[in-house]
Design a protein around this ligand. Sequence first.
Ligand code: COA
Length: 224
Amino acid sequence: MPQLDLYRIPTGLPEPVLTRLSGLLSPDERVRAGRYQFEKDRRRFMATRGAMRTILGALLGLAPERVAFRYGEQGKPALANARTGSPLYFNLSDSGDWAVLGITTDGEIGVDIEALRPIPEIRSIAERFFSPTEETWLRALPLHEQPWAFHRMWTCKEAYLKAVGSGLSLDTQSFAFDFTVKPARLIGADPGWTMIEFTPAPAYAGAACVLGQGWEISLRDWAP
Ligand SMILES: CC(C)(COP(=O)(O)OP(=O)(O)OC[C@H]1O[C@@H](n2cnc3c(N)ncnc32)[C@H](O)[C@@H]1OP(=O)(O)O)[C@@H](O)C(=O)NCCC(=O)NCCS
């Protein structure tokens, strides 16, 4: 049975922990950290990247600093370290106070989490990013259900974009999910992709997109 491990990482870490984690970053990651305009984004990047190195390093039997990444055309990180046995696939997402790192040996993965927040312009964002079928489904829901449904739809679509690694290069209206079922199901092309919907924390939506059926999921807290 394919297995997906989801690690929940707090992004608001105390200073000494952040200092320790930032010491694990590679030279290019330090340059990137230094480029963030806002301190809170820089801290988030150092926390999540340091945690990701620590978790992957433990699974690879390597010191966190020795974990090496390579990047897809649209920036999707993958492991550059060779591993005996099956390769590790991973993907990370952060929002608000949390990040979630998904790891599996059973194929490509995309993860997205979103903290629930008020979206005054739901209608126009839905028209722009969702397919006509998805947008019609959202519009038909009672008004009070729409914000939650919107976050659910966004995370599922984003998890798919992140699984295929296309980022913003793929038109988000070119693929659609059936959201009347839970977990949502991809309609039409690429029937191999499966959506896993989970709750990373109260008032957060979470989705992971993986290949194949019958997944066993674990959600655990990463303690720095
Ligand atoms: C990176 C991207 C794929 C997601 O960005 P995001 O939602 O702001 O951020 P998340 O926290 O979910 O994910 C960021 C992480 O994904 C990973 N990532 C980066 N590029 C990626 C890619 N092309 N594919 C998959 N994962 C990617 C990295 O680990 C990154 O973490 P880092 O910034 O610390 O290096 C973004 O470039 C993107 O394309 N977003 C699409 C937005 C959109 O139109 N969504 C519509 C949904 S309907």
